[in-house]
Design a protein around this ligand. Sequence first.
Ligand code: CAA
Ligand code: NAD
Length: 298
Amino acid sequence: MDIQKVGVIGCGLMGSGIAQTAAMSGFPTVVREVSQPLLDKGLASIEKSLSKFVEKETVTAEQKAQALARLRPTLSLDDFADCDLVIEAIVENLERKRELFAELDKKVKPGAIFASNTSSLSITEMMTATQRTPRFLGLHFFNPVPIMKLVEVVKTVVTDQSVVETGLDFGRRLGKTPVLTSDRGGFIVNRLLVPYLLDSIRALEEGVGSIEDIDNGMKLGCGHPMGPLTLADFVGLDTTYHIAEILYREYREQRFAPPPLIKRMVLAGMLGRKSGKGFYDYSDPKNPKPNRFLTSNR
Ligand code: CAA
Ligand code: NAD
């Protein structure tokens, strides 16, 4: 199956990265948001990321212009009718995703493949909103998408083998290494990563170490590029919390249970890097400082 035209639904943190990567890899790419300001915001982050690559001389100014020219921003789902592959990257909410896929199923040509970038929801529960269950799979990318080399290709019990092969091949055409996994909560990476992030929060709550010492412990002791509390802020504490809730419901195991502190931080609007405060305070983004509220009032 030859993928020529790609559609991406959602142009937030992940959708903008997926659309950018597809366009950089030569695919004409339609990308949709729910409002013009959000679409403009997503396109501005694509522009910024491409400019970083140009500064680093990994991409030429001409390649940047070509990638931008391959992008077709839209507010309408009608523009996805002739896409060969549509990748959903909207908020992590099963009902919203099912509604979207049911609507897309009516508008997009029957031969097209549908994919979700969900972190933790069941691909099977999404695909049943459509009439194309054999042509439905997960394509789970990692943040920041233009840099991270992995894509998880998620097959369900009914995904057609040719669709799985097309997903793996598409990942390679984006310059990623695909890994194949089955539709179980968290797939490979989040099943292992999320309990680790949650444990770092429990360690903080129990006074095992300070925010900086927990992060430095894992960065310098294990060679991770970011400590776990920095990484939770980077993923988004709301996203991390929602993933933990979903995995806890799936497995009913304590290791997936979100610790009380993360719930309270999310309720208080401390969502990590994107809101300016999480375990760190990003008032000076180049020099984050541990969040002083947490050092005094946990
Ligand atoms: N676009 C283009 N270039 C970018 C970029 C972007 N969006 N982000 C960073 N870069 C480039 C920078 O220009 C920089 O290049 P140079 O070093 O050549 O100047 C390089 O990437 C490194 O960037 P920074 O110096 O800004 O920052 P860093 O050294 O801390 O690296 C990082 C940033 C690549 C994000 C690194 O810290 C990292 O790998 N962190 C871990 C990320 C991770 O684990 N992601 C997975 C999260 S889990 C997930 O995504 C799944 C889920 O479902 C929740
Ligand atoms: P985000 O909040 O940054 O972006 C989601 C975007 O989708 C928002 O801009 C929203 O306006 C838009 N949206 C909502 N409904 C829409 C619709 N019907 N049509 C078009 N756009 C719509 O969230 P995100 O971090 O980019 O996460 C998106 C998905 O990717 C989630 O399923 C998440 O679990 C998954 N994911 C996130 C990460 C991460 O590190 N944040 C990593 C991998 C996968």
